[in-house]
Design a protein around this ligand. Sequence first.
Ligand code: ZN
Ligand code: ZN
Length: 619
Amino acid sequence: MADQQRPGEAAGTGVIDDDELALEVPDRGSADELLDAGAHAPLDLMRHSAAHVMAEAVLGLFPGARLGIGPAVADGFYYDFELPRPLTPDDLAAVEERMRASIAADHPFVRRELPFDEARALVAAEDQSFKVEILDDLAAKAAAAGEDVPVTTFYEHGSFHDLCRGPHVASTGRIGPFRLLSVAGAYWRGQESRPMLQRIYGTVWESQEELDRFLWRREEAKKRDHRKLGRELDLFSFHDVSPGSAFWHPKGWTLYRTLENAMRELQARRGYQEIYTPPLVSKKLWEQSGHWDLYREHMFVIEAEDETFSLKPMNCPESTFIYRTRVRSYRDLPLRLSEYGKLHRNELSGTLSGLTRVRHFVTDDAHIYVRPDQIGSEIEALLEEVREAYSWVGLTPKLTFGTRPDKALGDLALWEKAEELIRGALDASGVDYRIKEKDGAFYAPKIDIQVEDALGREWQTATIQVDLVMLPERFDLWYIDDQGQQQRPVAIHRAIYGSLERFIGVITEHFGGAFPLWLAPVQVALIPIADRHGDPADELAGLLRARGLRVEVDRTDSRMQNKIRLAQEQKVPVMVILGDREVEARTASVRRRDGSQEQGVAWDDLAARLADEAASRAV
Ligand SMILES: [Zn+2]
Ligand SMILES: [Zn+2]
């Protein structure tokens, strides 16, 4: 999480993974996290190695520069520097020049171990205060755990060395075609109270062709940046008074509710019941669920009348209170409780970014209580829900099945049974999936859902977890079986869009703001050519609205061409133009966003066709 997620970055440091609490995540901004370059895949090795070479080049140009950290990230690498002045584009060209020389020299990367004290003395003598801080943190952490201070490792190439765990490529000559991309301000450790460093982003690939393709994709992604489109299309805005929480404008909120309602309609068909539980809950609940120990630093905590509350960071435990208000029989299951829960997570202010890294968001959550024998059929039905929902936005979900981790809670036989049933459901559904061994949550095997957008970027959106322990045991849930005995249900946690905020960020970029008819905030722009066509336009608008269509009538006195241009800029899918001939015959001239045109369409016919198209949720 040290890397600030840029728009369009598909890094999986996402917003809503419920299983985040299941992992031993390094403290955010901690030395452990900062030191781990995350360089494990072959391309990542090359990327992180390029970061070393970039640091060498920057130090060559600015002796005395202080180094922050330099990890591989999605599509490239960065390094943070404290420099005497802001970098210019010319500086980046000079850095690239020096990097090319270092790569041509083919310096080997040499690993060197140093005892802790020598390492600290070395970086202190070099006045690398951020590196000193990293080492001091490591030492403090070791002391707190009662362990020895770890031996430190440096990697050298040419005249440059860096405190680093590695690994790297064998030599600088192994680094492929690269490009430096941009400079951005980044707070040391993502905290606003710490120094602002200059972060240089770069990218490196194995071939020139891959580099070229990436650069094209990046240009395209800039045009589609959801924050830019959010402004241009009047969808949402962000304001300092509530960092990391979107202010939804009428058009954006229409989009939001349209997505919510589509899911509501699907859920109604599938027998879900929607609930709503409070966002402000006592810490007692989180102590019972285990989140207070594992997840407290991510929560907003509030004191009132000597009691400690928090804004909920996830919905999971609260549905159990509704479950337990009645004795449940085996006939009541599956019990499918859905909820659009308003969630808050305390992300560091310096890391917030658009809709993809927020503090406040809503998930299309559901908790489904089933008997163990119902797991397979329920998962199969859920996979069909996923497939259907993603077809509404023209995306094909890819699934990853995470199996039992080493440190798992719950009965081994039940785990094995659940995994077998999930595997069976995945196979039966015919969808593409891969298996990630031991990647399940500690209480649940899970299926993660990723999508690849129009630019080939992968996004983690949603998840299905088959919870054998956390809700059923910690909250002592049971049902009465057909023998009159108490049995534990299994709780399936599932979100299909995931965070609505993140999902809207992803699809806004995927469509470049040109939403399909069913989703478009304004579906039809009605364009009267002259003032005298205004009243008939309002009449037609009434007909279309009666069919549930979202219509705007442009009754300004600008010329027709301007009205058309405006509707095109706003990416309205259908423009309907009314002049004398059309008004006379009660027909319309119809222009689609894709350029196709139709003349003389009868009003009733138009209303019926557009309503059908919107109802079909065609992309
Ligand atoms: Zn390194
Ligand atoms: Zn849950």
